[in-house]
Design a protein around this ligand. Structure first.
Ligand code: ZN
Length: 297
């Protein structure tokens, strides 16, 4: 008898797909049809699998994706934990704004973790914390303490959600993953150990269970490209600009030279952070030029 069930691809290994279903992890092979369609199942994909009596399991269908981000790619990402370092490399609001705008465009929620605070001076830290208060106010949860993050993260990952990391290289993403992996669910660990027959197999990205959902064990990605964003839509991806724009005189206001612009007015009154506005202009220029700006090269 052939039985079908659904699950989430949590790992790829040597041509096999490990699929987490309600009754455990099943190792499957993709049906040849995927190769013909050039549709490659990816970690994070919701899939339909087929189990037959001989114990041969096939991945037969990839269900529609909400997104596909990162390199290696993870599908259906709900939330990004953005790791921004306090020092080495130096804290950068420009970088922070680029990441936040990118994920807003991808319709992915973000929490911010300020790393390497232990090697920053108190003066530097105080300034960064003041900056981050603004980001918390516009809706981004902020963590600047490793222990607090480790304690709260499992409770923040809602049922079945997929989280991944992002942030500049050198910000400590791999260290963070290794710390978090220690909380790896015992049952999941036992299953993956029994499934890993070969010793010399290389894994790509894998999802591990954290709280009620999953965290991708990849350092995520450090480089983002804003140039595919339509220039006239950019302002919609800065959350507080979008909120204020309903009060602009002109529909579709780009908050540049238009009269009675609510966004510019809030910038003047210091209700919108000026650096956010300046970064908006830089990102516009980046999209208009179709390439990365000098300061990021
Ligand atoms: Zn405006």
């Amino acid at each position: 008898m052939i039985k079908q069930t659904e699950g989430i691809v949590i790992g790829l290994i040597a041509g096999f797909y490990d699929v987490k279903t309600v009754s455990g992890v099943v190792r499957t092979r993709a049906r040849g049809v995927f190769r013909k369609n050039k549709l490659k199942p990816t970690v994070g994909d919701h899939v339909r699998i087929q189990l037959d009596e001989q114990g041969t399991n096939y991945l037969v269908e990839v269900l529609p994706r909400s997104n596909l981000i990162g390199r290696p790619a993870v599908a259906n990402v709900d939330h990004v934990l953005l790791v921004i370092s306090a020092v080495e490399p130096d804290f950068s609001l420009q970088l922070l704004d680029r990441f936040l705008t990118f994920f807003s465009w991808q319709n992915v929620a973000v929490s911010i973790y300020l790393s390497k605070t232990d090697i920053a001076s108190n003066v530097q830290l105080e300034k960064m914390r003041q900056d981050l208060v603004y980001y918390e106010k516009i809706g981004y949860p902020i963590f600047d303490n490793w222990q607090k993050l480790a304690n709260e993260l499992p409770t923040m990952i809602a049922n079945g959600q997929i989280w991944t990391l992002a942030g500049q290289s050198g910000a400590g993403k791999s260290t963070l993953i290794n710390h978090l992996r220690q909380d790896l669910n015992q049952a999941t660990q036992a299953i993956s150990t029994s499934l890993n027959r070969g010793k010399h197999t290389t894994r790509t990205v894998q999802l591990f269970q954290l709280g009620q959902g999953f965290l991708a064990d990849t350092p995520g990605f450090s480089a983002i490209d804003l140039t595919p964003i339509k220039i006239n839509e950019l302002c919609e991806y800065l959350v507080e600009f979008k909120k204020a724009s309903v009060h602009c005189k002109f529909r579709g206001c780009q908050h540049l030279k238009e009269p009675q612009c609510a966004v510019k007015c809030l910038v003047e009154n210091e209700k919108i952070k000026r650096s956010r506005y300046d970064d908006y202009l830089l990102m516009r220029a980046e999209i208009a030029n179709g390439r990365l700006p000098e300061y990021l090269k």
